[in-house]
Design a protein around this ligand. Structure first.
Ligand code: NAD
Length: 501
């Protein structure tokens, strides 16, 4: 039964936009193929209006609201998000396709950042030095930037915005968020919770759109900082354009994450981890494992264990208790599927072909079941490209050093993991690997909210990772005050550079 697509629009100063969009974009349920929404795409002029609204909210109110009041809003928001996480998860599953339990997990990881941001009075404390010079005190303060923009990808429609928005708001900024046009509804629902929590209108605004909206944000003089997450070519573009327009930019890009399994590893643990991290969310995670480096001596046994586990997975509609859902669009499914032929033609062994077998869904969903390649070699496109789908490639290596070299030679450096029972090997790995987030017997080492999330090399442009203290630093400017209060013993002319005395 098909339904009329719902209109999805911008949230400007807390209320849905009432204008008429010149351009729109369809939103689909990937599990059925049905069009469920029509999304308004913002023009550059509308982005200008939104930024002006945000600037006004920052200048007239939020930029100077007390930390106590800000914290009250944050605690209330955290409570509402916790209470409504199932509702948000349902929206994610309906537009992204990931299974409901995974969608709840995504919201929960975002919630952790809201919890971290509740500690903002402590996090923003400066330093104070009495008598740095005689009767001269020095202290540091951190201040908000003004209007900041968040531009997010499709694969974590709630969590990635939550990496930034709570910290940016806690630090006293006003935010304009531009979600992915593929699954825009979760951000609107989360924005409504901020309003309910008492955040003044205009402090958080949602503008939907594509390149036109992104470019308008990147070039607008009143946008002071940009937090971007998406594919590497766009991350690079966003970084270069934003910084050329005088903004601070953190742009997190794509990934090709490797898992290295040494001969002394617990192979059942490693097989579980490879399946979870390779096929969870249909491989559409920036921390998904897509290259499994198995040392020759255990490779046959490990591949067999993975094969056994994959055989039990159920793929289907994410609302039906399946293990894995569809890919986000038909176009992306077709692109991912094209790698199955590319890998086979290049000489890899297609151990499990995700095109075969049934799925538990109705309609024309965008499914590709878990796919496993063995005997993949570094020059193949299945190894080199970020496929961003449920395709796991086993590359056989002879030694730890050969595996490490492959990881370090890769242009991406988001996440990686080593599986071993040798503490010395694990310690060497954490020291030698050129990747931003490292797991030891943990396949998707996503840092907790009080650490910072981010990769190296082509996985991050800029130097600041998301959330944790790096997030607080990104969304504030430091100022150091040197002060002396009037004292009759001081005064007089001294043209030399001030020195401590
Ligand atoms: P994407 O780069 O296509 O889109 C990301 C955002 O950029 C969206 O809001 C989109 O509207 C906008 N955009 C797209 N094309 C643009 C253009 N030409 N000019 C300006 N803006 C543009 O990414 P995606 O497909 O939505 O997300 C998947 C990618 O994101 C993968 O590469 C994945 O690895 C990456 N990702 C990285 C991380 C990380 O932390 N490093 C986290 C999640 C996702």
């Amino acid at each position: 039964m098909s339904t009329t697509p719902t209109r999805i629009t911008h949230l400007l100063a807390g209320v849905p936009w009432e204008g008429t969009a010149e351009r729109t974009s369809p939103v689909h349920n990937p599990a059925t193929g049905e069009q469920t929404g029509v999304l308004d795409l913002a023009s550059a002029d509308l982005v200008g209006e939104v930024v002006a609204t945000a600037k006004q909210a920052w200048t007239e109110e939020w930029g100077n609201v007390s930390l106590t009041k800000r914290t009250q809003v944050l605690f209330k928001f955290r409570q509402l998000l916790d209470e409504r996480k199932e509702d948000i998860a349902a929206l994610i599953t309906a537009e992204h396709g990931k299974v409901l339990s995974d969608a709840v997990g995504e919201v929960t990881r975002g919630l952790e950042v809201a919890e971290f941001a509740c500690g903002i009075p402590h996090l923003m404390k400066g330093g104070f030095t009495e008598n740095a010079s005689t009767k001269v005190d020095v202290y540091s303060i951190r201040q908000s930037l003004g209007v900041v923009a968040v531009i997010s990808p499709f694969n974590f429609p709630a969590m990635v915005p939550l990496w930034f928005v709570p910290v940016a708001i806690a630090c006293g900024n006003a935010v304009v968020i531009k979600p992915s046009e593929k699954d825009p509804s979760a951000v609107n629902a989360v924005a409504a919770l901020w309003k309910e929590a008492g955040l003044p209108d205009g402090v958080l605004n949602v503008v939907h759109g594509d390149k036109e909206a992104v470019d308008a944000l990147l070039t607008h003089p009143d946008v002071k900082a940009v937090s971007f997450v998406g594919s590497t070519p766009i991350a690079k573009y966003v970084y270069e354009t934003g910084t050329a327009h005088g903004k601070r930019v953190q742009a997190l890009g794509g990934a090709k994450n490797h898992m290295l399994v040494l001969p002394d590893a617990d192979l059942d643990l490693a097989a579980d981890a490879a399946v979870n991290a390779g096929f969870g969310s249909a491989g559409e995670r920036c921390m998904a494992i897509s290259a499994l480096l198995a040392v020759d001596t255990i490779a046959d046994e490990l591949v067999q264990k993975i094969q056994d586990r994959v055989g039990k997975l159920v793929t289907g509609d994410g609302t039906r208790g399946c293990d894995m859902g569809p890919l986000v669009t038909a176009q992306h499914r077709d692109k991912v599927t094209s790698y199955l032929d590319a890998g086979t033609e290049a000489g890899a062994t297609l151990v499990i072909d995700g095109r075969e077998g049934d799925v538990d869904a109705d309609g024309e969903g965008y499914f590709l079941k878990p796919t496993l390649f063995d005997n993949v070699t570094p020059e193949m496109s299945v190894y080199q490209d970020e496929i961003f789908g449920p395709v796991l490639s086993v590359v056989r290596v002879k030694t730890y050093d050969e595996g490490l070299k492959l990881i370090n030679d890769n242009p991406y450096g988001n996440g990686t993991a080593i599986f071993t029972n040798d503490g010395g090997a694990a310690r060497r790995f954490q020291n030698e690997v050129e990747v931003g987030m490292v797991g030891v017997n943990v396949p998707i080492p996503v840092p907790m909210a009080y650490y910072s999330f981010g990769g190296w090399k082509n996985s991050l442009f800029g130097d600041t990772h998301a959330h944790g203290m790096e997030g607080v630093h990104f969304f504030t400017r430091g100022k150091v005050v040197t002060s002396r209060w009037l004292d009759p013993s001081h005064g007089g002319i001294e043209l030399g550079f001030p020195q401590n005395a």
